[in-house]
Design a protein around this ligand. Structure first.
Ligand SMILES: NC(=O)c1ccc[n+]([C@@H]2O[C@H](COP(=O)([O-])OP(=O)(O)OC[C@H]3O[C@@H](n4cnc5c(N)ncnc54)[C@H](O)[C@@H]3O)[C@@H](O)[C@H]2O)c1
Length: 362
């Protein structure tokens, strides 16, 4: 199956989900692109070499920048290394950056492209479920500083995104499942059909190896979650109103990530965060028991965590207050007024917050 989702922002772009897309990715490079920088980390080296050969065969000059893996690559030093590579290869405004990897690499590649000559085109080739359904789509790019994650960045939308699912066979199943947390989020906030599929296909989605059936299911889910993000982003690029719904489960999830010094996978933290938000909504009289149970059933079915240590409330509250999504001192949550209907909850009663924490504490 090949699915194409168009993100209809001011400069619309396509996100293609399918197999064997490397050649198409190179064929779609603009004629004016003479040099192509491929940013990747070591685990994707073989594939980056394949891409290099295709770029060369297209008559262009490939330049490969192998960067440290995962969060190690999202630093100012690594961005500076990429700028140096660009400078030394006389990279011009009409040349193109390609980001091939998980969300860390696509965030870095996007940031490098956003800043080089005040912005050159970036083509994203995400290789994890999370990067396909979230990081590579929507235009947020960035790096970390010692003070925190994603504190420096820019909005820079990709020219095009290629989600080649062939790469997902090598992705460890725990990374696949962590990415599925973001897919499930898309089901809770908008496309409830996603939840039905995850419920009926849990076994296929969590199997150690992806067989043909599982891959087809995964591709459909990836495309549907991208559609959710595309709809929201097209309506609201810079996160003033609608885009906020994409933060479902993230206020508490980010607090867990911070408290755990980023040793938790993002999807695992968001999983607990969604259950926290569901409990908060229940206590606020917005969500019924069945809907909260459905959160737990779906997420535990995938093997994602739904509880957190019971003695960390002060640290979590402090972390939530310093989250960059907080405005002033007012804590803001996205909660559901029924499944598929996200609403904003601002400055909830501290007793409700403590109650929601009690409900997820172990
Ligand atoms: N820009 C955004 O809107 C946005 C949204 C969500 C997350 N993010 C960012 O994304 C990052 C997390 O992304 P992630 O979960 O993809 O993690 P990641 O990029 O750290 O990748 C996880 C690991 O999987 C490896 N890997 C990648 N593809 C593989 C494949 N096909 N086979 C085998 N191994 C593979 C990577 O090399 C890495 O070791 C974070 O930095 C987060 O801040 C950004």
């Amino acid at each position: 199956m090949t699915a194409v989702v168009t993100v209809a922002t001011a400069a619309p772009y396509d996100v293609t989900v399918g197999r064997g897309l490397l050649t198409a990715a190179v064929d779609s490079l603009p004629d004016g692109a003479v040099r192509v920088l491929v940013v990747h980390s070591a685990p994707l080296r073989d594939r980056a070499d394949e891409l290099r050969a295709l770029i060369e065969a297209s008559g262009r000059t490939p330049v490969l920048a192998e960067v440290p893996d995962a969060e190690e690559g999202k630093t100012a030093e690594v961005a500076a290394f990429c700028w140096q590579v660009l400078g030394r290869s006389d990279f011009t405004r009409s040349d193109v950056v390609m980001g091939m990897g998980g969300g860390a690499v696509t965030d870095l590649a996007g940031f490098v492209a956003a800043t080089w000559l005040r912005g050159v085109a970036v083509v994203q080739l995400p290789t994890t479920v999370l990067a396909m359904v979230d990081a590579a789509v929507g235009g947020k790019t960035g790096i970390n500083t010692t003070e925190g994650k994603n504190l420096v960045g820019s909005f820079h939308e990709p020219a095009v995104v290629w989600c080649d699912t062939d790469v997902l066979h090598t992705l460890p199943s725990h990374d696949r499942v962590a990415g599925l947390a973001e897919v499930v989020k898309g089901g809770f906030i908008r496309d409830t059909g996603i939840l039905d599929i995850v419920e009926s296909e849990t076994a296929a989605l969590t199997a150690p190896e992806l067989d043909e059936h599982a891959m087809t299911v995964l591709e459909e889910l990836i495309a549907r979650k991208i559609q959710v993000k595309a709809d929201v982003v097209a309506a609201d690029l810079k996160e003033s109103h609608l885009r906020e719904i994409l933060n479902y489960g993230h206020t508490f999830g980010h607090a867990i990530e911070y408290t755990e010094r980023y040793q938790w996978r993002h999807g695992a933290a968001v999983s607990v965060g969604m259950v926290f938000a569901a409990e908060l909504a229940r206590l606020a009289g917005r969500l019924d028991d069945d809907a909260v149970d459905r959160h737990r059933d779906i997420l535990t079915g995938l093997g994602l965590p739904v509880t957190y240590q019971g003695n960390r409330w002060d640290a979590l509250l402090t972390a939530m207050r310093r989250d960059k999504k907080t405005r002033g001192d007012m804590l803001r949550f996205v909660v559901l007024q029924g499944i598929g209907n996200p609403v904003r909850l601002e400055g909830p009663d501290p007793a409700l917050l403590a109650g929601a924490y009690d409900a997820i504490a172990r």
